[in-house]
Design a protein around this ligand. Structure first.
Ligand code: FES
Length: 110
């Protein structure tokens, strides 16, 4: 993880775009202790907290199904773009992050 400053914009580098094949998700551990699930949906990148809001499960170990992520524990699901819980037993949204691509890097606002 690297913090990058471009003018007034401060971002955190998550990974390279090539690190996530289309339709896949990876886990990225930040230096501050947060763990994020980072997704590639047909060349668009998104990030959510990695921890499922229903239990102690890593969403990055789940399955991307179109625009949703299926939790590996109880198969609840979230909208990857909005974080909305869309499949039981999940009922609480997962936090999302503002993701952008800078060159070959996937970054979030710091
Ligand atoms: S822990 Fe994710 S659906 Fe239960």
């Amino acid at each position: 993880m690297a913090i990058q400053e471009t003018g007034d914009l401060v971002t955190i580098r998550l990974c390279a775009t090539r690190d996530i094949p289309a339709g896949e998700v990876i886990r990225v551990d930040l230096d501050d202790g947060r763990a994020l699930a980072v997704y590639n949906l047909d060349g668009e990148f998104f990030a959510t907290d990695d921890l499922c809001t229903h239990g102690d499960a890593s969403l990055a170990e789940g399955e991307v199904d179109g625009g949703k992520i299926l939790c590996p524990f109880h198969m609840g699901s979230f909208d990857i773009r909005t974080g909305e819980a869309i499949g039981a037993p999940c009922s609480i949204a997962v936090r999302t992050y503002c993701v952008s691509v800078a060159g070959d890097d996937v970054v979030i606002d710091a």
